[in-house]
Design a protein. Structure first.
Length: 302
């Protein structure tokens, strides 16, 4: 949207659907301009309408296979169907894949729909007044726990770390601690899933010693993600595969890098794909706008 509104001929490609992880958030309450909160789905829909208004050409689903960076001034996007899109600059925002614990029967219950990686209205539907489990210690897990509890579910929140507030915003931790339908289990790890066709219970391990069985009809998993960066061959990354940008690039990569510029001078990386990113919707939006400014600075030298 920022690229097109500032006069750039802009094409948006997305493999599955617009909005990424933010689109799957049940309720975002710390995004500027929405004091009563907004669902990720609604926010994404508004953003898409804005982008179309300014002339962005959107293709989704559209799978990208890689980039041809042989010409430093003309990066080309390579699609899985063999098509090639020539460009003057590329902004990558491919985000990350959800992590899955190495637990027996995980894929079985995942296929049956008992394991979810989002807490949208569609995901939580049918679990009103049911016992459910949320695993994870960051904001997305806290938002999911509150959303489920608000719909009448009894929620067990499983956190591996010892402190609920270590990675979660205080406005969420305060509400979680005060909610009668949410039971917080810190220093706890998931060990077992049980049930036939559907999930009925889980076993958790507390502080490496006691094992408890908890009733559970659905498990909502928010334990982090791995970067979708394998398609970016030849670009500098950190040890976990996240793309290095500007100040994190090795010294002397190409002079003084612009904000969000990667080791490939016409490629910029934003959002969860970028090493050291802050996992907030507002931050991702801001990074996108700033990356467009860097694109303009780069094109001005042509």
């Amino acid at each position: 949207m920022y690229g097109a509104s500032e006069g750039l001929d802009t094409v948006l490609l997305d493999r599955t659907g617009l909005g990424g992880q933010a689109a799957k958030s049940a309720r975002i309450e710390n995004y500027l301009g929405f004091p009563h909160g907004v669902s990720g789905e609604h926010l994404t829909r508004l953003a898409m309408v804005q982008a179309l208004k300014f002339g962005v050409r959107i293709y989704s689903p559209c799978a990208v296979a890689g980039l041809d960076l042989s010409d430093d001034r003309r990066p080309a996007v390579l699609l899985e169907d063999g098509a090639r899109i020539e460009s003057r600059a590329v902004i990558a925002a491919t985000g990350a894949h959800y992590r899955r614990p190495d637990i027996p029967q995980w894929s079985t219950f995942e296929k049956s729909g008992c394991i979810r990686y989002a807490a949208t209205d569609l995901d939580v539907r049918g679990y009103e007044d049911q016992p459910v489990t949320v695993i994870g210690g960051a904001n997305s897990a806290g938002q999911a726990a509150l959303s489920l509890a608000a719909r009448g579910a009894t929620v067990d929140l499983i956190i591996r770390g010892a402190d609920l507030g270590a990675r979660m915003s205080s406005y969420l931790t305060d509400r979680i601690r005060a909610h009668s339908r949410i039971q917080v289990h810190t220093g706890t790890a998931l060990r077992e899933l049980a049930g036939a066709d559907t999930l009925t219970s889980i076993v958790v391990e507390k502080s490496g010693e006691r094992h408890d069985r908890l009733d559970c009809r659905a498990l909502f998993c928010f334990i982090g993600a791995d970067p979708v960066s394998s398609w970016l061959a030849g670009v500098a990354k950190d040890s976990d595969g996240f793309v290095l940008t500007d100040s994190r690039l090795p010294a002397g990569t190409h002079g003084t890098p612009l904000p969000f510029q990667t080791s490939a001078p016409r490629l910029f990386a934003v959002g969860d794909l970028r090493s050291g990113s802050t996992k907030r919707v507002a931050t991702a939006v801001g990074e996108g706008g700033s990356a467009v400014s860097s694109v303009h600075a780069t094109l001005a030298a042509d």
